[in-house]
Design a protein around this ligand. Structure first.
Ligand code: FES
Length: 367
C-alpha cells in the first residue's frame, strides 16, 4: 500500500484523487568511482499538481480523447459499409484517390492518434512528476529486492491513478477494446468482392482481364507519352501503362484497371534472353512484365540490370527477367506475367494482346 495521502474527488464526485508526488525523491548513496550525480535543479510543480480544478480539466480532456477514438472506430465501420470501394475523390497535389480508402485511413489514423495523445497527456499531466535516481548494482535480485519491486509496482499502480481515475480507466479500456475492430472488418475483404461490376467473377477471372488489347500503344507512367524502342537503353527500365488508362479511370471512377495494367519495360541484349513466356514476345530485347508482385501485390521496379533480376522490396521475392520472369528467391509462388509487345506503323511500342495469365497476388490458387 502507498503511504501517500489522498485528496479531492474524481468526476463522479465520490472518488478521491490520488496524491501526486513531485520533486526529487531519491539521491545516489554510492559515491565511489563512476557514481551518478544529480544537479540541484529547481523543481517546478505542474498546475495539475497544485490545483485540483486544473487536474479535473486535464482528466476531462483525456476522457474526451479516448471517447473520440471510439467515435473514429465507429465512423471507420460506417465508412467501410456505406462507401463504394470504386468511388474516387480528387485531392489537389495527391490526385485521384479512392474515397473509401481515404475515409478508412483518416478514421483509423485518428483512432490511433486519440488513444496515443490521451495516454501521453495522462502521463505528462496526471502521473507523478518526480526525478528518481537508481543505483546500479549486480543484476541478480535478492528475494528482498523482488519483494520490494512487487511493492513498488503496487505503489506505482496506485500513484499512476489507474485504480483511482475510474472514468479514465474505463474509457481507455473501451478505446482499446474497440481498437481491433477495424482489423477484423478489413479481414472481410479477403474473400468478398465489394465492386458490383465484378459480381460473380472469381479472383482469378478478375485478375486475368486487364486494359491491354492488341495494338494498344504503351505510354510512360506519369507523362503518358508513347515510347519508341530507341527511348530505352540496354539496362534501362521504364514504368508504363496502356494509352487509354486515363479514359478508363474517368469512365469507371476507379483505379482498378490502372493497378492491374501497370507494367515495366526492361531492355537487355537479345542474346542474354534465355527464355520467354511465348516465342518472340520481346521487341529487340525489350521485355514487358506486370509490375505487380505475384506474392501479395506490391508494385516492383527494383531492377538489377547486370543479373536481370527484379527484386520486390516488400518480402524480397526475386524474379529472373531473362528467364521468363521465373521466381529464383522469396515467397512468391508464381512467375511474373509477361506481356507480348511489338511496334506500330509509327514506330511506337504496342501490346500484342492482353496478359495470358492472371496478374498480381496468387492467393486465389489456394482456393
Ligand atoms: S509482395 Fe513481393 S515479395 Fe511479397
Amino acid at each position: 500500500m502507498s503511504d501517500l495521502t489522498t485528496r479531492g474527488s474524481d468526476n463522479s464526485g465520490d472518488q478521491p484523487l490520488p496524491e501526486k508526488p513531485h520533486g526529487i525523491l531519491a539521491r545516489p548513496e554510492y559515491e565511489g568511482p563512476g557514481a551518478l550525480t544529480v544537479a540541484d535543479v529547481e523543481h517546478r510543480p505542474r498546475r495539475s499538481d497544485l490545483d485540483p480544478k486544473a487536474a479535473r480539466r486535464v482528466e476531462r480532456q483525456i476522457t474526451l480523447m479516448f471517447l473520440l477514438s471510439m467515435v473514429m472506430v465507429v465512423l471507420f465501420v460506417i465508412a467501410y459499409v456505406s462507401l463504394n470501394s470504386t468511388q474516387t475523390v480528387y485531392i489537389p497535389v495527391l490526385g485521384l484517390i479512392g474515397a473509401q480508402n481515404l475515409a478508412l485511413g483518416v478514421t483509423f489514423g485518428a483512432a490511433i492518434f486519440f488513444i496515443g495523445a490521451g495516454a501521453i497527456q495522462w502521463a505528462k499531466k496526471l502521473m507523478p512528476d518526480v526525478e528518481v535516481v537508481q543505483d546500479r548494482h549486480r543484476l541478480a535480485s535478492t528475494p528482498d529486492q523482488d519483494a520490494a519491486a512487487a511493492a513498488q509496482y503496487e505503489r506505482g499502480k496506485e500513484e499512476s491513478g489507474f485504480a483511482a481515475y475510474r472514468i479514465l480507466r474505463r474509457t481507455l479500456i473501451g478505446a482499446l477494446a474497440l481498437f481491433p475492430i477495424p482489423l477484423v472488418v478489413l479481414v472481410r475483404d479477403m474473400w468478398t468482392n465489394t465492386d458490383p461490376a465484378l459480381e460473380g467473377l472469381s479472383p482469378a477471372e478478375i485478375l486475368s482481364e486487364t486494359a491491354w488489347t492488341e495494338g494498344l500503344p504503351i505510354v510512360v507512367d506519369g507523362t503518358y507519352q508513347p515510347i519508341r524502342p530507341e527511348d530505352i537503353p540496354v539496362g534501362g527500365l521504364v514504368s508504363a501503362l496502356p494509352e487509354n488508362i486515363l479514359e478508363i479511370q474517368k469512365e469507371f471512377h476507379n483505379l482498378n484497371e490502372r493497378g492491374k495494367s501497370a507494367i515495366i519495360l526492361v531492355r537487355m541484349d537479345p542474346g542474354e534472353i534465355r527464355s520467354q513466356q511465348g516465342d518472340g514476345w520481346d521487341y529487340q530485347g525489350i521485355l514487358a512484365f506486370s509490375k505487380i508482385c505475384t506474392h501479395v501485390g506490391c508494385p516492383i521496379a527494383l531492377y538489377e540490370h547486370r543479373t536481370h533480376h527484379l527484386l520486390c522490396p516488400c518480402h524480397q521475392s526475386t524474379f529472373d527477367l531473362a528467364d521468363s520472369g521465373n521466381v529464383i528467391f522469396g515467397p512468391a509462388a508464381r512467375r511474373m506475367p509477361q506481356l507480348p509487345i511489338g511496334v506500330n506503323e509509327e514506330g511506337f511500342l504496342i501490346a500484342r494482346s492482353d496478359f495470358q495469365e492472371p496478374v498480381g497476388p496468387s492467393f486465389w490458387e489456394r482456393g
